[in-house]
Design a protein around this ligand. Structure first.
Ligand code: G1P
Length: 293
């Protein structure tokens, strides 16, 4: 083990406009879209807490107040639930508001994911920190951020979560060039949303990161890239030129729930697993499949 700095801070960029999911996201933050009975961002925060990261910063923007309200204490609602004897739902609701120490910063202009992460610099300070994109829902026995943390604690280096994607989908993601380095995967470079002809592999960045604070120095100097946005991937690519960065192909089931297809798949899978709704849903789907074939 190397002597690594503590890791308890995690940043959730949540200022994006959710254009892939319009019109649903016209008035609702995409992070508040619901998978079965919880919004996406709650899954992300719970994963972070289960990975030992309990200092949370959410980067919000215009129209994102519902996120703050969700994690806030609603005294009136809690009192009403208690008075009505709805103890189970009271427990769930009151837990949400108390489960983490959550701070908020606004990204005042939608200049891209890299710029959103840069907005976290004063809060993070000189520490390693996690970044999690809540529209990627990642289900795993060992939480995704914990899988990254294990490599960070062994190396002290930045670590990025990866998944294989079909070659036809590389243009949707940051795609890495990697080489085996003993038992680990070292990331040599990466490119944001390449066309299939320019993709260095089919290993995609899936919205789970641990960074050394040196990332901020590169973010400060990163110019707008793909889609005229300041891209996080471009800054990581610069960081890879001066520090080792490792990749972890996550042992997990992942859903890109920021678009309708991935969102439906996540709801189907978690719906089928749900102790209360699973059985009815299974029966409904079986009937539906039988009649539509
Ligand atoms: C962002 C990142 C990209 C990553 C993706 C994961 O893209 O820029 O590198 O692969 O998240 O979902 P976005 O989905 O914001 O376009």
């Amino acid at each position: 083990m190397v002597n690594v700095k503590r890791l308890c801070k995690i940043v959730f960029p949540a200022a994006g406009m959710g254009t892939r999911f319009l019109p649903a996201t016209k008035a609702i933050p995409k992070e508040m879209l619901t998978i079965v009975d919880k919004p996406l961002i709650q899954y992300g925060v719970e994963e972070a807490l289960a990975s030992g990261m309990d200092e949370v910063l959410i980067i919000t923007g215009r129209g994102k107040n519902a996120i703050e309200d969700h994690f806030d204490i609603s005294s009136e609602l809690e009192a009403n639930l208690l008075a009505a004897g709805k103890d189970e739902i009271f427990k769930k609701v009151s837990h949400i508001a108390r489960m983490a120490n959550i701070a908020y910063t606004r990204q005042k202009k939608a200049l891209g994911l890299g710029h959103a992460v840069l907005c976290a610099a004063p809060w993070v300070g000189d520490e390693a920190f996690g970044v999690s994109l809540a529209d990627e829902l990642i289900l795993a026995d060992e939480p995704a951020m914990q899988q990254l943390r294990a490599v960070y604690e062994a190396t002290g280096c930045s670590v990025i979560g990866l998944a294989e994607v079909p070659h036809t989908e590389v243009h949707k993601y940051g795609i890495v060039k990697a080489e085996q380095d003993g038992e680990r995967l070292r990331l040599l470079s990466m490119i944001e949303k390449p066309s299939p002809d320019y993709a260095p592999s089919n290993l995609a960045i899936v919205g789970r990161y641990i960074f050394t604070p040196r990332l901020f120095d590169h973010l400060k100097n990163t110019k707008a890239g793909v889609n005229s946005e300041i891209q996080l991937t471009d800054a990581i690519n610069q960081l890879a030129g001066e520090e080792h960065i490792y990749g972890v192909v996550l042992n997990a089931q992942r859903f890109d729930a920021g678009n309708p297809g991935g969102f439906l798949a996540a709801n189907a899978v978690l719906g089928l697993q749900h102790p209360e709704y699973g059985e009815n849903l299974r029966a409904l789907l079986a009937t539906q499949l039988a009649t539509s074939s």
